[in-house]
Design a binder for this molecule. Structure first.
Ligand code: GAP
Length: 514
């Protein structure tokens, strides 16, 4: 854990040093839980957005995009339930004065018991070797069974207290489990209180006439209120989806861990409208699609796992997270929610307008059910950065920092490096760069030794670097160096664009998704 926290610190300082992410308002000592994306960060972020948009919208003929406003009619948030129910249960430790989410404290306690079970299984696996039957062991070992029973009891109490908004019951559970504050180590807890996460502001310039409006806490509602606009104007037939990328705002109380939990962040959400009764089929379908999308990046299949929700959001009848193995451990990266017909029905009720679909196959009107996929863009960014960041020891005794970012997502696809700054080499290099710039993001660098320039490109994740030398002027060939293997090969200048398309183009990443 210690080591992992160190890795997060290394990533944070690397991000700043190379222009991926800066603390917001830094010259004024920063603003908590807000960050700015720098010159390389914005490229990586745009590429992650493009990966999502292309795979969701471009590659699905029944999914279309949308871009709705951040400010919306305030009644939308009453209808959606966010005014009443978008709360976090908070608890303070009286000694450390630190504030925690009560549900997270309990979930972390559950995670520790799960780890005990895993340890027991690993030990037995080592003891019994090839003859080990894990399923049988889990079903019969007394220690495993005792801990599994504990988990079940805690989950049940958690579900019933949180579900009934029984805040005293939630506190009692924390006390009964003897959960201590990670900072003070004491059990001196306050009562649990609900805290609404929406930011509000005023619209209108005349005092008294101004009305309170909210900064959207999710992009999804912009999709729901436009459901009929899109369905009718696009002549969409169920099942179909509407996708959106945009900013969301939450007054997170416990906002830390870099860009993992911010107060202003971006979501990539898709609402998939289905026939009532078919939602569980589509829920399973999208769970599977989305985990494949993540694994397709090649950051390591073991870095992903599902976590089914115990505490369901007020709109869902089933929900699961895709968790990623961040430097701080496995944490939520994406949510897949079966939202039923809750949102559309609520908007019907509050707006007085019908939000129904006429199904020509069934010959009937209904309010569709919705399956949602929702992934945080900033968390995606952190997952790519943290899995790509490597401090490698090299054979010659030196080391290098390399970001092995999937080539299609890398900020620059290729670096153009004239071997020296004279003899017409820079001119030739510039000529090559000008040709490539239409289709690829390219960096030109002529400063320092070639070794130093390679290291700089490794540190920002450029998958290829090409060197133009005196020989290139004669034979129109160049040396191309591969970031990950550091191997070099000589190829004709005329084939460079095709090489880059094959290795870094969108189809190199998207072709396995079909
Ligand atoms: N429309 C459903 C919804 O908003 P959510 O689970 O609250 O569901 C979806 O959020 C995703 O948005 C999360 O899985 C996470 O990736 C991202 N997210 C949520 N809160 C965030 C925050 N404070 N900072 C960064 N990303 C956040």
């Amino acid at each position: 854990m210690e080591q992992n926290q160190d890795k997060l610190k290394e990533i944070i300082s690397h991000s700043k040093e190379y222009g991926f992410i800066f603390p917001s308002s830094e010259i004024y000592d920063g603003l908590a839980a807000t960050y700015d994306y720098g010159q390389l960060g914005v490229e990586l972020k745009n590429n992650i957005k493009a990966y999502w948009w292309k795979s969701m919208v471009q590659m699905h003929s029944n999914i279309v995009g949308l871009d709705t406003s951040i400010f919306m009619h305030p009644t939308i948030w009453e209808a959606s339930g966010h005014v009443d129910a978008f709360n976090d249960p908070l608890i303070d430790n009286k000694d450390s004065k630190k504030r925690y989410r009560a549900d997270v404290l309990i979930e972390e306690h559950l995670e520790k018991i799960k780890q005990k079970i895993d340890k027991e299984v690993t030990k037995a696996k080592e003891r019994f070797g090839a003859a080990f039957d894990e399923d049988q062991f889990r079903a019969t070992n007394p220690n495993v069974l005792r801990n599994a029973e504990k988990i079940l009891t805690i989950e049940n109490r958690m579900r019933s207290t949180l579900g009934a908004n029984d805040l005293e019951g939630v506190r009692q559970l924390i006390i009964d489990l003897e959960i201590v504050c990670p900072v003070s180590g004491t059990k001196n807890w306050t009562e649990v209180r609900q805290f609404n996460l929406m930011f509000s502001t005023e619209m209108g310039s005349v005092a008294g006439d101004a009305s309170t409006i909210y900064l959207r806490p999710e992009t999804a509602q912009g999709i729901f209120v436009n459901f009929l606009n899109v369905q009718k104007s696009g002549r969409m037939k169920i099942p179909f989806g509407i996708a959106q990328i945009g900013k969301a705002f939450r007054n997170e109380i416990v906002a830390r861990q870099f860009i993992f939990r911010m107060r202003e962040f971006e979501q990539m959400e898709m609402q998939f409208f289905v026939q009532p009764g078919e939602e569980m089929k589509w829920y399973d379908y999208w769970k599977n699609q989305r985990i494949q999308w993540h694994k397709n990046l090649g950051l390591g299949d073991n870095n992903y796992r599902f976590h089914d929700h115990i505490k369901l959001a007020h709109y869902a009848n089933a929900a699961a997270d895709i968790e990623f193995n961040f430097p701080m451990g496995f944490k939520e990266l994406e949510g897949i929610h079966s939202r039923t017909d809750f949102d559309l029905k609520q908007h019907e009720k509050f707006s007085g307008k019908k939000l129904q679909y006429f199904d020509t196959v069934l010959n009937e009107n209904y309010v569709p059910f919705v399956v949602e996929t929702s992934v945080g863009l900033d968390r995606m960014f952190l997952s790519v950065l943290s899995a790509s960041f490597k401090n490698e020891a090299l054979e010659d005794g030196t080391s290098r920092i390399v970001l092995s970012i999937p080539p299609a997502l890398a900020p620059y696809k290729v670096a153009i490096l004239p071997l020296i700054k004279k003899d017409g080499l820079p001119e030739k290099a510039m000529e090559i760069m000008k040709e490539l710039q239409f289709d690829f993001s390219v960096q030109y660098d002529e400063k320092d030794s070639i070794g130093k320039r390679y290291r700089r490109q490794d540190a920002i994740g450029t998958p290829f670097a090409v060197t133009i030398d005196h020989q290139s002027l004669e034979d129109n060939m160049l040396t191309i160096r591969h970031r990950d293997t550091m191997l070099q090969e000589r190829i004709p200048i005329a084939s460079l664009a095709a090489f880059l398309t094959e290795k870094t183009g969108w189809s190199s990443l998207l072709k396995n998704l079909n």
